[in-house]
Design a protein. Structure first.
Length: 307
């Protein structure tokens, strides 16, 4: 071949950092060495891989085409290295992108346990909504994702981790807080603070009300769960979030879950990864450790009388 794995790694680092100097720091190389490697790589391919926009280096058409393929080659090279060394312990870098609920309630405990039990395994974590998690895994930006709800992309394997459900909630001063049952008509009349389109939570809510409620009055949309809870706490709104996201405030009495028997909002938290990524001992380790932790969350939901 006319190019090397090192040149692929340089290309991928510049693509992720959008800067030669930042890529150099990430790779522990000099800036001139990174520039030279990238220039030689572009000369070999006879294609411009980046376009400059101010101080940023953005992927060109060819760069966008190349990056997922380069990521796949680099991941395969890592697996070859692990296999050749026949490692007895799990070690290396593993990147995860997770939706907010998983990132807040599951990933911190998981990463802490892995840090203790597998100190040579480093977990990189990015938090996005479900739509962006899926896209990032497809593009090889992350080795695994944790999403809410269902994924329909045929390129990804999905494996359920935890069954969960969404709840409608408000503050104790809202008039609905005193009702034994909230009708569909009452839900239609209310003002809502909702997650943004593209989030798994919003997708499940929209699917639950489709065909039942003609017009939901969404007052504001936010990608931040704490912001949504804070606004519902202070105003006369309804919100809809995963049960795990509001259980603390409900136990404290600052939020109230409303009985909405006409809405089916069950969902799951799942791992997703590319079907063509092959075997990965680091991924297997992460999934096994997550399954050991998940029993705690199941008991928390099963034993609670709040839902």
């Amino acid at each position: 071949m006319k190019y090397s794995l090192k040149q692929l790694a340089v290309f991928d680092a510049v693509a992720s950092q959008e800067s030669v100097s930042a890529a150099a720091r990430k790779l522990s190389m000099t800036q001139s060495a990174v520039s030279m490697s990238l220039s030689q790589f572009e000369n070999v391919l006879d294609r411009p891989l980046f376009v400059r926009q101010g101080n940023r280096l953005l992927l060109s058409h060819w760069g966008r085409w190349l990056r997922p393929r380069a990521k796949k080659l680099l991941q395969d090279a890592q697996q070859i290295e692990l296999g050749l060394h026949d490692q007895q312990s799990i070690s290396g870098q593993f990147s995860i992108c997770a939706s907010q609920t998983a990132a807040e309630h599951i990933l911190p405990s998981l990463i802490s346990k892995i840090d203790t039990d597998f100190p040579e395994l480093r977990i990189g974590l990015k938090v996005e909504n479900t739509e962006l998690v899926v896209q990032g895994v497809i593009n090889h930006d992350y080795e695994m994702g944790v999403i809410e709800g269902r994924n329909d992309d045929h390129r990804l394997h999905q494996e359920t981790l935890l069954e969960d459900h969404l709840v409608v909630f408000t503050n104790p001063n809202h008039s609905y807080a005193r009702h034994e049952k909230i009708s569909l008509a009452q839900l239609e009349q209310a003002k809502w603070i909702q997650r943004e389109h593209g989030s798994g939570t919003r997708h499940i809510f929209d699917a639950a009300v489709q065909g039942q409620i003609d017009n939901i009055h969404v007052w504001k949309e936010y990608d931040s769960v704490p912001v949504i809870k804070a606004l519902v706490l202070d105003g006369f709104y309804l919100g809809c979030l995963p049960f795990l996201d509001v259980i603390k405030e409900v136990k404290e009495g600052s939020l109230v879950i409303l009985p909405t028997p006409d809405l089916n909002m069950k969902r799951s938290l799942s791992f997703v990864w590319r079907k063509d990524s092959g075997e990965n001992p680091l991924r297997d380790c992460v999934i096994a450790e997550a399954r050991r932790l998940v029993n705690y969350y199941k008991k928390q939901m099963d034993n609670s009388n709040l839902s």
